[in-house]
Structures are given as structure tokens and as C-alpha cells.
Design a protein around this ligand. Sequence first.
Ligand SMILES: NC(=O)c1ccc[n+]([C@@H]2O[C@H](COP(=O)([O-])OP(=O)(O)OC[C@H]3O[C@@H](n4cnc5c(N)ncnc54)[C@H](OP(=O)(O)O)[C@@H]3O)[C@@H](O)[C@H]2O)c1
Length: 278
Amino acid sequence: MFINGETAVYGIFGYPVKHSKSPTFQTESFHHLGINAVYVPFEVKPENLQEAIKSMKILNIKGINVTIPHKEEIIKYLDEVSQEAKIIGAVNTVKNIDGYLIGYNTDAYGFIEGLKEIIEIEGKTALVIGAGGASRSVIYGLLQQNIVKIYLANRTPQRAIEIINDFCKYYRVIDQIVSVISLDQIDEVLENVNIVVNTTSVGLKDDDKPLFDYDRLQEKHTVVDIIYRETKLLKKAKEKGCNHQDGYPMLIYQGAKSFEIWTGQKAPVEVMKRALGI
Ligand SMILES: NC(=O)c1ccc[n+]([C@@H]2O[C@H](COP(=O)([O-])OP(=O)(O)OC[C@H]3O[C@@H](n4cnc5c(N)ncnc54)[C@H](OP(=O)(O)O)[C@@H]3O)[C@@H](O)[C@H]2O)c1
């Protein structure tokens, strides 16, 4: 890698951020396309977010990704926010144009591009488990693809209801498409869904209690767990012969879209995948 006085700086703001794989595949992509740029991790504590955003302008940091816990909070510090980031209520990508900061959300795109690798989405029915930040992007993405029905299950049903209330300003018929259910009701709807998505953090640890009885999965289900590992849910899906996917395709495609927003160039997706060994 060649660094000189003209090297552009990109990065990721998060807390913690050490686990992030974005610096690896983004820097590799710049290098592959001969773009004089680096992408580095910035550990930004919540109380320092506003100052860190200001520093983007001062230091001329060209673009950043944003991860936990800043995706919602950052919105108020930006000059402009894309329509989809507004609907989702979260920004994961910022572009700095001569000191003017524009926020985008590429998580929904990332999820959908990954899912399209294993199933055609239009006309399908999905069970989405979880109602946190990631769930909002997944639901937005599925709605954009004309999904016919989403069962939204969350430990705290009120958070799922909040998603419907927030989205109904933009999707008038959302309450006809999205139905909130409890985790206990998953068994009742499983028979009727094509796609099962885990957007909770359950599965990060091996001893996490399953979200439902995974033995009830059938070969007809397409199962996505957006966690970056082979969770118990995915192991069972594999065992049952289901189409299945972990969180890496979503990570790669959200990063690819960010790359394109920053550089105006097509992202080298295969290079990104190779950089992560997938
Ligand atoms: N692949 C990717 O590109 C990508 C992108 C974003 C996030 N992710 C992953 O997605 C996961 C969620 O991220 P997030 O930002 O949405 O987090 P978040 O906003 O904190 O939401 C966490 C979700 O997990 C649920 N949950 C946590 N512990 C639970 C338990 N013991 N039992 C049942 N439900 C539980 C929460 O339910 P309550 O509402 O009841 O608390 C909530 O729905 C993380 O593992 C993250 O790494 C992956």
C-alpha cells in the first residue's frame, strides 16, 4: 500500500469498533482499484459523537461507516439525510462533500442483495425475529421488494409496534402487511412462511437460549441469520437442508454500497469477499 500527502481517509465510527471487519475489505478495495485511500477504525464514545462528526469536516475525512451505538444518534448532527435513512431511522454511511455531510442507510440494500443470492423475494412471506436497529433495515428492504406478508416477532412486542407506527407515515398499508407476534407464537406461523430472518443478537453466544424450537424448520424455509457466525439456528437450517445464509453477505453488500456512494465507482465485491475469506 502506498500512502502519501494526498491519501484520502475513510473510516468507521463505533464503540466498540475493534471487532469491525470493514477496514480490511474497504482498504483492500481501494487498493485493488488504485484509489489512493485508507479506511481506519475510530473508537468513538457516545459522549464524543458530536465532536467526532465535527472532526470529519476539520480533518477532511471523506466518508465513514457508522456502527453500534451511533446509527440513530448521528442523524441530528448531519446536514442532510437520505429518504431511506429517514424512514429506517438510522444512518450507517456518511459522505463528506466539502464539509457538507450526507447520511445514508445501506444496511437494507446489503440485506436484500445478500438474500437475492439465495431466493427471489417478491411475493414471498417472511418471519422476522427482532425489532432493533437491524430489524428496521431488514423490514424496509423486504417492503421495497414487495414481500406479501411479514410476521414480526420480538421479545418486547412494544418495540415491534413502534416500527409499524414509525413506518406507517411512509407505508399506508403497513398494518396489513406486517403483523406483530410474540416469540411464543412463532410455532403457529412457521408453516406459512418462506423466509426466516434472525435480526436479534441471540446466537452470538453458544449458550444462548433458542428463539423457538429450531427442529420445526423444514427444507422449504430459507433461513438468514445476520450474525457473523454459524449460529445454532443456521446449523439446524443446514441440517434440515434449508437454503441458508449468515451475516457476511449483508456486511459485504452494505459496504459495497457505501463504497459506491463515496467513490462513484462500482465496488469490487469479489475482492471484498476474498479479503474476508468468503
Ligand atoms: N450482518 C450485518 O451486516 C449486520 C448489520 C447490523 C447488525 N447485525 C447484527 O444484528 C444483531 C442485532 O443488531 P441491532 O443493531 O439490531 O441490535 P439492537 O438494536 O440492540 O436489537 C437487539 C435485538 O435483539 C433482541 N434480543 C436481545 N437479547 C435477546 C434475548 N435474550 N432473547 C430474545 N431477544 C433478544 C432484542 O429484543 P428486545 O427488543 O426485547 O430487547 C432486539 O430485538 C447483532 O448481532 C448485530 O451484530 C448484523
